[in-house]
Write a protein that binds this ligand. Structure first.
Ligand SMILES: [Zn+2]
Length: 394
């Protein structure tokens, strides 16, 4: 967790404030931070006497953003898998620090790393120059399965998968990640096929819960999603209902996800880079995937957002700011979209008493952007200042 420097109070004054829970912006906020936490929030009044003021006229203050799905170990280059393979652990850690700083500069003050190599992300927790990091370590996968090269390969037997979850818990992970289907980053895997059956996933969930850890499943394939629901996972990442020919979810499958209260991790957020396209197959299917998420959300699913930041050039580690625009596309109101990447995400991580809301006593993780991010999603692209633990970034 972020270190708390013994710092004196500072007042941050903007033109508006979004507290992470409400809808309308509140005018003329003064947020006082000290010792790494928020010690006061006032409106339309002066800053406390004797406290230095950081003035940000025209800016909206909001909680630091929370990305529920990144890979610090992937460098967002054209071939992040090969780049990681070419790095020893020291070089990989150095690249991960750069990735984390990039996220932080873009207003992302907390990340959940859903797959590293060698538990490297765990080593970066608690650094004051990086976002708060929650980490899964190497994702559990089948021999030759999705992201096998990260080192989390498990024989598909119940004793083996329980042992693997136990080892992750002993290493101190914050969450267990299981690859329940193939994925785009791993040639040879089949995105439309399940990797573990429901009984094995259920054993993994049971072992994780016994140790007080949530378990999230990467699941594109329809049978993988069915297995994950049957196994009682806490979250399904991607949830794209991938089949060989297209993407299709039945009303019954959507109802089962809603009834189970599973968090649906929509994979959103993308920057456009001239001359660089995301994988063509994904782009071809994107309208169908967006439509499935629209139906999930309309049916009452607990839709949250992770970007998969790091997996390619269009997904740098600070890409979360582009997700609210896409959330609006699946039916979210502007305020719901902002709540989803702040207070709702903090709740998913069990950090809602410290993060995701601007409130007295909470961590002083703040993002100041130019303009009104409810009226204008592009305001999030105009970062004026980021604070983590009360310290201005950069
Ligand atoms: Zn991922």
């Amino acid at each position: 967790m972020a270190a708390n420097p013994a710092s004196g109070p500072v007042a941050v004054r903007g033109s508006w404030l979004f507290d992470g829970t409400g809808s309308p912006l509140i005018a003329d906020p003064v947020v006082v931070v000290a010792g790494g936490v928020i010690t006061g929030i006032g409106f339309a009044g002066p800053a406390p006497a004797g406290v230095p003021v950081i003035d940000l006229p025209g800016a909206t203050l909001l909680p630091g953003l929370i990305d529920l799905h990144v890979h610090l170990a992937f460098d967002a280059g054209p071939d992040p898998v090969a780049a990681l393979a070419d790095r020893d652990d020291d070089a990989a850690l150095a690249a991960m620090v750069l990735a984390g700083r990039n996220a932080l500069r873009g207003g992302v003050t907390t990340v959940r790393d859903l797959g590293d190599r060698g538990y490297l992300a765990l080593q970066l927790r608690g650094r004051p120059d990086l976002p708060t990091i929650l980490a899964a370590g190497p994702p559990l996968t089948t021999p030759g399965g999705h992201c096998y090269y990260l080192g989390g390969v498990v024989e598909p037997t119940e004793p083996a998968i329980r042992r693997a979850v136990a080892e992750h818990a002993d290493r101190g992970v914050d969450v267990v990640k299981v690859m329940a289907s193939g994925g785009t980053l791993t040639p040879g895997t089949r995105q439309e096929l399940a990797q573990f059956d429901a009984a094995l996933l259920r054993a993994a969930v049971d072992e994780a819960h016994r140790r007080g850890l949530p378990l999230v499943a990467h699941a594109h394939a329809v049978p993988a999603i069915d297995n994950a629901v049957a196994a009682g996972v806490d979250g399904i990442e991607h949830c794209s209902f991938w089949t060989a020919g297209g993407n299709a979810a039945s009303d019954e499958q959507i109802a089962a996800i809603v009834a189970a209260g599973i968090f649906v991790g929509a994979t959103l957020g993308q920057v456009s880079i001239p001359g660089v396209a995301p994988p063509a197959e994904v782009m071809r299917r994107l309208p169908q995937i967006i439509d499935i998420h629209r139906r999930l959300y309309a049916a009452g699913a607990r839709t949250v957002v992770g970007t998969d930041g790091g997996i390619g050039p269009t997904k740098p580690h600070d890409v979360l700011r582009t997700a609210p625009d896409m959330l609006r596309g699946i039916g979210f109101s502007p305020a719901e979209a902002l709540r989803t990447i702040t207070s709702v995400a903090a709740g998913v991580l069990g950090l809602d008493r410290r993060k995701g809301t601007l409130a007295v006593g909470h961590d002083a993780d703040l993002l100041a952007v130019d303009g009104d991010p409810l009226a204008d999603p592009t305001a999030l692209q105009r970062v004026r200042q980021v604070f983590i633990g009360g310290r201005p970034v950069r």
